[in-house]
Design a protein. Sequence first.
Length: 132
Amino acid sequence: MFIKTIIEEGVSSRDKDDLVTDCTELVQVKQAIERLDGVNKTAVVLKLDEDNLMIIGGGANNKFIVFAKLNGKNYYMASKFDIKKEPISVNVAKKKDKYPSRRCFGLDMVLESAKHFAHRGTLAQTFNWERV
């Protein structure tokens, strides 16, 4: 297992309300992400250290955003196809923001990406990763 910790956002904006769990099994990653509802729970962090982590945010209407930091470099998971649609409003870490539609994914794709990162510590090459 690559990641060591799962941090689930608490119900308030204070860090002390966050649920921090040692990660020993992939099923924990799946369960944490499935608890995202886009209202009370809007972010999960899969973390090895400050330079190696993945943040999954959103959850409402099956819309999720995936941000990763790997070896200190920042990436967003994005569609390989340039989709020309209006930006989508997604609540991540209690902050509603508009994201390009190419960065919004459904639960199944997000779980696949998170599982790969948590287990191997790399970004799944089945997805496109935009460096930011």
